[in-house]
Design a protein around this ligand. Structure first.
Ligand code: ADP
Ligand code: ADP
Length: 230
């Protein structure tokens, strides 16, 4: 079934920049979609419309069957369904890895402390950081920080994960450990939309590749079609 249905979306920023032009795309449950395209083509804007970090100017977005802009839609509930990982980790510096992962379940989802802690520990184990749980972000490498950020997003038990250039701020030797965690998620059947310049990942993991340019979605293809076209 369809987890994301974006129809004819336009995004015009207050400064007049027309960042998305009639973009339509559908993502099925368990599918991994990779978005590529030059800088400034609207990739990040598109991702951010999918969890309402940006509103759209026209069009419609359905998440798991719910119309994001319907009057009776609880936008906070919908947001919890969609986890997001950013280029720059965005961890809270005064909280440990464990504290960062526990925060949202405690504050937003109102889980009790023991339950939040148990879940957070399990997630940190899953991303390979069982031995770094009590470290502050400043005592973690970039790759470790990004894995904490992934665990933090997963702590809300989302059905969809969005990744906005998750490895672009990392030293090359740390890219692999983050991509491996993402590959594991894909294997587990997570629905994922990934903006990345890592073409190896796109080739290997994507079910579909979308190419954007100047606010338009120009190509939608399987990795084989996309990368092997003459
Ligand atoms: P990409 O992720 O492909 O690099 P973006 O979605 O970041 O592209 O940007 C698409 C276009 O929208 C660019 O021209 C950019 O300058 C513009 N843009 C992005 N964010 C804003 C904003 N907050 N206000 C105005 N224009 C923006
Ligand atoms: P990305 O391509 O990864 O989104 P950018 O450097 O384009 O990175 O944008 C960084 C931040 O600046 C974003 O929050 C974006 O919304 C904002 N931004 C980008 N372009 C503009 C713009 N022309 N006017 C205002 N804000 C912008």
């Amino acid at each position: 079934n369809d987890m994301i249905v974006a129809k004819d979306i336009n995004k015009i920023y207050p400064n007049g920049c027309h960042a998305l032009k009639n973009v339509s795309a559908t993502v099925s449950r368990g599918e991994v979609v990779v978005i590529v395209g030059p800088s400034g083509s609207g990739k990040s804007t598109f991702l951010r419309t999918l969890n309402q970090l940006e509103t759209i100017s026209s069009g419609s977005i359905h998440i798991d069957g719910t119309d994001m802009y319907a009057k009776d839609t609880n936008i906070n509930t919908l947001r919890e369904e969609v986890g997001m990982v950013f280029q720059n980790f965005n961890l809270f510096p005064h909280k440990t890895a464990l504290g960062n992962v526990m925060l949202a379940p405690l504050k937003v989802a109102k889980r009790n402390k023991q339950q939040a802690e148990d879940e957070a520990k399990a997630l940190l184990l899953k991303v390979g950081l069982a031995d770094r749980m009590n470290n502050y972000p400043s005592h973690l490498s970039g790759g470790q920080q990004q894995r904490v950020a992934i665990a933090r997003a997963l702590a809300m038990q989302p059905n969809i994960m969005l990744f906005d250039e998750p490895t672009s701020a990392l030293d090359p030797e740390m890219v692999g450990e983050v991509l491996d965690v993402m590959k594991g998620l894909a294997k587990d059947g997570m629905t994922m939309v990934v903006v990345t310049h890592e073409m190896g990942f796109a080739r290997e993991v994507a079910d579909r590749v979308l190419f954007m340019e100047d606010g338009e979605l120009l190509v939608e293809a399987s990795p084989d079609e996309f990368f092997d076209k003459p």
